[in-house]
Design a protein around this ligand. Structure first.
Ligand code: PEP
Length: 249
């Protein structure tokens, strides 16, 4: 049984007021106990979010991490620091990190390993660009990104991963993959995971991300291999994010 996960990636957006608004709304919200909802605010808001979400079912995640445990890395944050604020999930390989900060598969792996070592859960983001899709290279691109990390983890570590399929052309563009397009890639990822371990493959959660909103969430989440969503823009509006959480079937 895979517990659906809805994760809101605020990116470099939000405010203390928004953190409070989410805390108050989720304190009153009627959410199924058989799903998980988490918000990934910018790091400076983690302490406030930990307090504001304390009496709600909302969990906490982080958007990035430095792979080193500590040291002279000005501006960076370690996995153990995130853990002190109640963070449970940390994104690795988000397309914005890959393209804007040149985080390649090696950098993604180093971060995933640091997160796992601290007992947190990496959410490995993978996805093809529009050119790669048009050239028929969607599956190869996505599976190579998965394998670059999974090949280097041990069996125990693989079980503690979450994968988010996020077609780059659908992120922040308003253009969503159709449920069929998303399901096709999710099924390919799950089939690839079977090569490592059948039971792990059937238990691992695969999220869809890319312009998911309250209007299309239910249809995407109804697909057999879609176990949740990674939500950017729509996670900044409390009513929209709540509606997406409530559309988990
Ligand atoms: C994201 O940044 O992970 C994302 C899916 O963004 P959006 O929902 O805005 O497309």
């Amino acid at each position: 049984m895979r517990v659906p996960l809805i994760a809101g990636n605020w990116k470099m957006n939000g405010s203390l007021a928004l953190v409070e608004q989410f805390g108050q709304a989720f304190a009153k919200a009627d959410l199924s106990s058989s799903m998980e909802a988490v918000i990934l605010p910018p790091s400076p808001y983690l302490a406030a979010a930990q307090t504001a979400f304390g009496k709600t079912s909302l969990g906490l995640g982080a958007q990035t991490v430095n792979p080193e445990p500590s040291g002279a890395y000005t501006g960076e944050v370690s996995a153990s620091m995130l853990s002190e604020f109640g963070v449970r999930y940390v994104l690795v390989g988000h397309s914005e990190r890959r393209s804007l900060y040149q985080e390649d598969d090696k950098a993604v792996l180093a971060r995933a390993q640091a997160i796992l070592k601290t007992g947190l859960i990496p959410v490995l983001c993978v996805g093809e660009t529009l050119d790669e899709r048009d050239e028929g290279r969607t599956e190869t691109t996505v599976l190579n990104q998965v394998k670059a990390v999974f090949d280097m983890l041990d069996a125990q570590q693989r079980q503690h991963m979450v994968i988010a399929y996020e077609p780059v052309w659908a992120i922040g563009t308003g253009r969503t993959a159709t449920p069929e397009q998303a399901q096709e890639v999710h099924a390919a990822i799950r089939a690839c995971l079977v090569d490592y371990d059948k039971q792990m493959a059937s238990r691992l959660r695969l999220l869809y991300g890319g312009s998911m909103k309250r209007e299309n969430a239910a249809e995407l989440l109804a697909q057999p291999d879609i176990d949740g969503g990674l939500i950017g823009g729509a996670s900044l509006k409390v009513d929209d994010f709540l509606a997406i959480c409530q559309s988990v079937g």
